[in-house]
Ligand binder design. Structure first.
Ligand code: FPP
Length: 275
């Protein structure tokens, strides 16, 4: 079988459940942007009597697999929620380990990002991160800036409300002193002040570990996203489950507030329902 992106041959072993799922994907209707709330690292570690940070370390294998798979599939944007504004309240040792893991990930994965034509990007309050972390992130972004395949956003020190407030402040700063007083703006103009300016909104939002929460993630951008939740804990999430989410997504009827496709009216005849 041949695939549009040409990068999938041999990536899924023949006859595997993943290859079966891949065969069900409609490449003409891929979600343009997939956003993932990676959750359950702590529980993954606890069930193994390991420290929470062992769960975060194990989560990196899942990050690697999902990033590369997204690029090979031909997704336009992948956004991973790695560290929220609220996560600063975690024990200092957990925060510093997460930051160290992030730096290690970038150092080790830069070559894979380049090989897969992936542009790396950070969304969130980068100014709250330490100088060494910011430096590593900057190096990753600079080195991959010219890549025009997958755009891989990592959300760090990120909060959806914080993003909206930051956008408002940037907008105010831009417009202060403009003659003639405040002028109204529309949704597109407002979105151009968000961290994700210029990117398509997520079509598919995945959350691992079974929690039914949005957790302050991309509040503006997920207005019409399809939500897909799995019980799988993040460290166990792999390409097969990403495919399962995409196949499920493609079965959904996205109406954006409109009525669905016209269906023949349901008629009642002789006590039976017929379509
Ligand atoms: C949520 O699990 C996960 C996080 C807060 C961090 C996610 C980070 C990684 C996967 C590793 C670093 C990321 C990159 C991109 C290199 P949790 O700790 O809240 O789990 P719990 O709900 O089971 O306690």
């Amino acid at each position: 079988m041949s695939y549009p992106s040409g990068k999938l041959e041999g990536y899924f072993s023949q006859g595997s459940p993943e290859a079966d799922l891949l065969a069900q994907v409609d490449f003409a209707r891929l979600p343009r942007h997939v956003a993932i709330i990676m959750d359950g690292n702590g529980r993954w570690a606890r069930t193994r009597n390991m420290p929470r940070v062992a769960g975060h370390r194990a989560g990196i294998a899942a990050v690697r697999d999902v990033v590369e798979t997204s690029a090979r599939l031909g997704l336009q944007v992948l956004t991973l929620y790695a560290f929220s504004v609220e996560n600063w309240k975690r024990p200092e040792s957990e925060v510093s380990t997460l930051m160290a893991l992030l730096r290690e990930y970038l150092r080790k994965e830069l070559r894979t990002l380049q090989e897969n034509n992936i542009a790396f990007n950070v969304i969130g309050r980068q100014e709250e991160l330490s100088a060494p972390v910011r430096g590593e992130l900057r190096r990753g972004m600079d080195a991959t800036r010219g890549n025009d395949g997958l755009l891989f956003n990592i959300a760090l020190s990120y909060g959806g409300r914080a993003e909206i407030v930051d956008a408002c402040n940037r907008l105010l700063a831009d417009r202060s002193g403009s003659a003639g007083g405040p002028t109204p703006i529309d949704e597109a103009a407002f979105a151009s002040y968000l961290y994700t300016a210029g990117q398509p909104d997520p079509d598919l939002l995945i959350r691992t570990s079974g929690e039914m929460r949005i957790s302050n993630f991309l509040l503006w951008q997920i207005a019409y996203a399809e939500i897909w939740v799995t019980e799988t804990l993040w460290p166990d999430f792999r390409r097969g489950e990403l495919l399962r989410a995409i196949v499920d997504y493609q079965k959904r009827d996205r109406r954006y507030g409109r009525v669905g496709e016209e269906r023949p009216p349901v008629r009642l005849s002789q006590g039976k329902v017929s379509a």
